[in-house]
Structures are given as C-alpha cells and as structure tokens.
Design a protein around this ligand. Structure first.
Ligand SMILES: [Zn+2]
Length: 102
C-alpha cells in the first residue's frame, strides 16, 4: 500500500483497519477505503445470518451472535482479500475539522 500523497510504501505494522494512521514518510493521516470496509462487513452480515440459520440456534442466541459473528467474518474476509489485492489508502479528513477543535 502506498500513501496517496507522497507515494511512500506503508508497513503493515503501522496501519490500522479501524482508525486513521499517519503516513510513515509525510505524516498525512490515512485510512482504508471505507466503502470497501463496509462492503466486507455487509458480506459478513449475510454470511453470519446464513451460518446461524444453518446452525439453527434459538432466535435470541442467533440475534446475540449475529453482530459479533458478522464482524469476525467481515474481518476475516478483509484479511484474505488484503492478501490478494492490497487496499487503496485515502486521505483521512476528520469530521468537524474546521478549526473547532485542536
Ligand atoms: Zn505520505
């Protein structure tokens, strides 16, 4: 993966899936393409629903397990997909960053 600004390669140990992280070269805040993260989570939701339906647990157990299971499957798919196709990084612009804070 490369910084969209200075094109410096980013090391895996310095990145985060959830939060923005600074470029190791220029310090620009970067994050993973959120559309992609959401799509993976969507697939995870469907996969989790299918899995729970097949497992056939009681309804409330299914509802309780659905979200964490979806998150787990989504994360797993993301890791698998990262091995195949490295993600695109984008600049992170924090919400409400119009000089109101910091
Ligand atoms: Zn950079």
């Amino acid at each position: 993966m490369f910084c969209p600004d200075c094109k410096a390669e980013q090391q895996w140990k310095g990145v985060s899936f959830i939060r923005a992280f600074p470029c190791t070269n220029c310090g620009m805040l970067l994050r993973f393409n959120q559309e992609r993260v959401q799509r993976m989570f969507g697939i995870g939701m469907i996969a989790a629903a299918a899995f729970l339906w097949m497992a056939g647990p009681i309804l409330w157990v299914a509802l309780l397990l659905w979200f964490p299971l979806a998150a787990a499957i989504g994360t797993l798919l993301d890791i698998i997909a990262l091995e195949i196709k490295p993600p695109r990084l984008e600049r992170y612009i924090p919400r409400g960053s119009l000089g109101l804070r910091d």
